[in-house]
Each structure stands twice: as C-alpha cells, then as structure tokens.
Design a protein around this ligand. Structure first.
Ligand code: ZN
Length: 297
C-alpha cells in the first residue's frame, strides 16, 4: 500500500514539476482567432491578412483564421472552438450563425473571453440581443430606437444618451479626421497623445445600442461639411460582458484606413487587453501626430 502511495506521490510530483515550466514558458503566444467570410466590405480577405500580420509582428500573438461559409448558404458547419482562444477578432458582417454557435460564443464571452469588434462587425447580427450587448453600439440592419439610445458628446463636452427616435448608423464622406482621446487611464490608451490624425476612413455616426457597461476611449468630431452629424461621435470603446472583455473600434473601412499607425496600435493593444486585461506594448515611434497622418504600407 505504501509503495503504491509513494509511486503515486512520485508520479504527481514529476507531473507537477514537468507541467510548471511548460505553462511558465517564455515566448508563450496568446492565441487569437480572426473571424471573417462575409462582409459588405469586399476587401475583407485583405484586411484579415493585414490584421493577422499586425498582430503577429508584435511577437505576442499566434493568430488563426476561421472563415464562415459564403452568404446565403447553410451556417451549420461553422462552429469554431472559441475556448481555444484568448480573444476573437470580428472582421465579419454577414448571415446569422447557427443557434448553437451563437450560444457557444455567449458562453465563451460570459466566462471571460475576449472580443475585438472592427468597423462593420458592429453592423452584424442586429437581432442577436447578446451580441448587441457585447458591441455596446451598432448601426444599420434596421437598428433604431428599439435597440437603444444614440450616444455622443454634446457641444459642451457632456456625454449624452439620446432616446429620440431615428435610424441607427450612418456616415459622411470618406475622409481623414482627428481622433480625440476621452479616457487616458485605460491600459489601451495609456501614453497615447490627446489627439491624433487618422488616415482616410468612414466616421461612423448615429450608432445606437444598449451601451451598458461601456467606456468610451476616443471620439471624433463628425463635421457637417463632411456630411456628418456635427457631434463628437464615439470611435473606440471598451465594454464588459459578464467576465468577458470587449474592445470595439469603429475604424477600418478601407485598406488605407487600416494602414494608419493609429489603427494598428489600437488593434494590437485592444487585442492584448481583450485577451489578458493588460497591455505590455509601448507606443510606437511612428504613432500619428496631432496634425500628421502616419501610415505603414
Ligand atoms: Zn465601411
């Protein structure tokens, strides 16, 4: 009996010793999944490739891609193993996933998963209640007052939740615009200058949604001359969904929008924070200036 016990103890000890260095291994990469496959932005195959490269060049992430079946076909075969990943990047705006895949994603997020919503991913799934809680704000897809308030800053800088009826989601011209940081105490925004110029993009406005447990990190002035709202619109936010963390950027319409070093920096930091709750990355030397656009080709 003693011998069996001592062998067992030894086995546990050996396993214990072996397993510690594996988990503590240096250079252990954070596993990230990009989801694409359908999007009203036909450049999605390129933006997926670009985002995968931006993430992997940090040395922090190992990125897989899950591509759904094409629009109008059965989604039953699309059921990625979310639990294998610390964060899921949504580069998707298309058909509803199957009930079981939606439920698996909700469970993943509730139990502490990470999600990053990029540009038109906040147009997706207008009828999926839990998804809309995760993104905080969304647009298009017949979104209106039934989906939640408009959220913006008024001319005095006060944050407004506006329940007036109207369409959710629009944008003016494709143009370069300045981003103003609203919260610089978050791990994602620490050390970022107060304002910086973003390369040409769509400035999403009039988004609506539940906007619960949401902190706006950055806004941009949506100028009337650019066919905007004349309001300071939320551009980047973080949302908590039970134990899950979400970083939402409305930026990233065109390839050139995603070449902006500001977009890249926030993608890299946003994914790390969604995955781990921390950001270890320094601000890059080529981060945009207050009046200066910076891009990486
Ligand atoms: Zn767009």
């Amino acid at each position: 009996m003693y011998r069996i016990f001592s062998n067992l103890l030894m086995a546990i000890t050996v396993l214990g010793i072996l397993s510690v260095p594996v988990f503590a291994q240096k250079g252990h990469k954070i596993k990230v999944l990009i989801i694409d496959g359908q999007n009203n932005h036909s450049n999605w195959p390129q933006t997926t490739k670009m985002m995968k490269a931006y993430l992997e060049e940090t040395g922090l992430f190992a990125v897989d891609i899950a591509t759904t079946p094409p629009h109008g076909t059965s989604m039953e075969s699309f059921n990625p193993d979310f639990e294998k990943y610390k964060a899921v990047v949504m580069n998707y705006n298309g058909d509803d996933w199957s009930q079981s895949t939606q439920q698996a994603f909700e469970k993943y997020m509730r139990s502490g998963g990470g999600m990053v919503s990029v540009h038109a991913a906040d147009n997706a799934f207008p009828k999926w209640t839990e998804y809309n809680k995760m993104i905080g704000l969304g647009g298009w897809g017949n979104r209106n007052e039934k989906d939640g308030p408009y959220v913006y800053y008024d001319s005095t800088g006060k944050l407004v939740r506006d329940n007036s009826p109207g369409v959710g989601g629009s944008h003016g011209t494709f143009h370069a615009f300045r981003i103003d940081m609203r919260d610089k105490n978050h791990p994602i925004t620490r050390g970022v200058p107060d304002s910086w110029m973003h390369n040409k993009d769509e400035l999403y406005d009039r988004l609506r949604g539940p906007a619960e447990h949401m902190t706006i990190l950055a806004s941009a002035y949506s100028a009337k001359e650019e066919r905007g709202t004349g309001r300071d619109e939320p551009i980047m936010m973080v949302i908590s969904y039970d134990k899950g963390r979400i970083f939402h950027t409305t930026l990233g319409h065109a390839n050139e929008s995603q070449q902006c070093t500001g977009f890249i920096t926030f993608l890299q930091r946003g994914v790390e924070w969604a995955a781990t709750g921390k950001v270890t990355q320094k601000l890059p030397a080529d981060f945009p200036g207050k009046d200066e656009i910076r891009i990486r080709k």
